[in-house]
Design a protein around this ligand. Structure first.
Ligand code: CP3
Length: 342
């Protein structure tokens, strides 16, 4: 009996969709906060395989989700390429910046990332052993554009202005950075698959700030290159792409990149996406994560509306973005109940 998540990714229409949540291992869970305190800080948690595996398993034990997502971060790849990385409590990530040909020359070649990332592969191996047999294991990486926005600005930015500025002022350096991240991502995801990841997800959280030809060149093209390379090595491993806030560019994204599933944020309606995205294959999403804070009858109604809108094709139930630290775990249980009884 194949795992439900893998059946949906293979294109099967199921009576009840498989369910998991972005950031399901996170600060809204008291058991996560306890393990994170034990690790000391967020990066130590990412690089300590026993503890990273433990926080990955916590939401599976509590809620019985159909999939576990490896606990790590998209910014471990820049760090493995040689960027300095640290997290400022309450503010988010900080990195040494890459904005000149000299900065780029100081980064490591893509094939030298594995020493630094070996603990992540060990976390995947532990999870492949310890997950319940019905739970699928998802690996992931950031998409090149999103990772580049952090490497160029040295931090998260509301509008990705520094990355857009470099793209427009020094296209050669910008493109070379995108290429380096693309190559590293192929090797990183391949290693996760070899360690036991059953599917991988590419997070392009800032895809929505790319317009027109920029979307083609820096969201579509790198995703297509990564997916082609992974399919050549691991033809049976399905791939989920998340070009967040892509809007109408969600339509055709799976065909253009070869992704098996497109993850949707909450800005597109499930009714629209059923007609314009799900017609090409599996979709994932897209409940607004705010419902995990507010709960009540609106949560149930929205979760059931989305489940019904996607009922005619392959669907994985998820949020449109990560669950937030102020969410109530009881609302997660209510969401699962609503989806399974829709
Ligand atoms: O989804 C999961 O449960 C898997 C683990 C995961 C994390 N980050 C753990 C994390 C995944 C898939 C990510 C992806 C990620 N990381 C993205 C893309 C997805 C998205 O959310 O748009 C991005 C942009 C990052 C970079 C990043 N990591 C930021 C901007 C922050 C700080 C913001 C915040 O929420 O504090 C992080 C930290 C981070 N990554 C946390 C977790 C659980 C919180 C850290 C903590 O415990 O203090």
């Amino acid at each position: 009996m194949t795992k439900l998540l893998l059946r949906a990714l293979a294109g099967e229409t199921l009576p009840v969709p498989p369910i998991w949540m972005m950031r399901q291992a996170g600060r809204y869970l008291p058991e996560y906060r306890a393990t994170r305190a034990q690790a000391g800080d967020f990066l130590s948690l990412c690089y300590t395989p026993d503890l990273a595996a433990e926080v990955t398993l916590q939401p599976i034990r509590r809620f019985g989700f159909d999939a576990a997502i490896l606990f790590a971060d998209i910014l471990l790849v820049p760090q493995a390429l040689g960027a300095d990385l640290w997290f400022v409590t309450g503010e988010g990530p900080r990195l040494s910046t890459v904005t000149t040909p000299g900065d780029l020359a100081r980064l490591r070649p893509a094939d030298q990332i594995h020493d630094r990332l070996a603990p992540v592969y060990e976390t995947v191996r532990i999870l492949a052993r310890e997950l319940p047999p019905e739970t699928a294991l998802i690996g992931f990486a950031g998409a090149p554009w999103t990772v580049a926005t952090y490497m160029i600005a040295g931090r998260g930015t509301p509008d990705q202005a520094p990355a857009h500025a470099l793209k427009n002022a020094d296209r050669a350096t910008f493109s070379a950075l995108i290429d380096r991240i693309t190559e590293a991502t192929i090797l990183y995801l391949s290693a996760q698959i070899e360690a036991g990841a059953e599917t991988v997800k590419l997070f392009d959280s800032w895809a929505g700030s790319l317009r027109g030809a920029d979307f083609d060149d820096f969201a579509l093209a790198p995703a297509r290159r990564i997916i082609n390379a992974l399919k050549a090595r691991h033809p049976d491993v399905p791939i989920i792409a998340f070009p967040r806030e892509a809007g109408d560019r969600y339509a055709g994204f799976a065909r253009a990149t070869g992704a098996d599933c497109v993850a949707l944020d909450s800005s597109v309606s499930a009714e629209w996406a059923a007609w314009h995205v799900q017609t090409d294959g599996c979709v994932q999403g897209n409940l607004d994560p705010r419902h995990m804070v507010t709960g009540g009858p609106e949560l149930t109604a929205e979760a059931q509306r989305i489940t019904r809108a996607f009922r005619g094709g392959p669907h994985i139930f998820n949020l449109g973005h990560g669950i937030t630290p102020d969410a109530d775990p009881d609302n997660v249980a209510a969401m699962i109940e609503a989806v399974r009884t829709a």
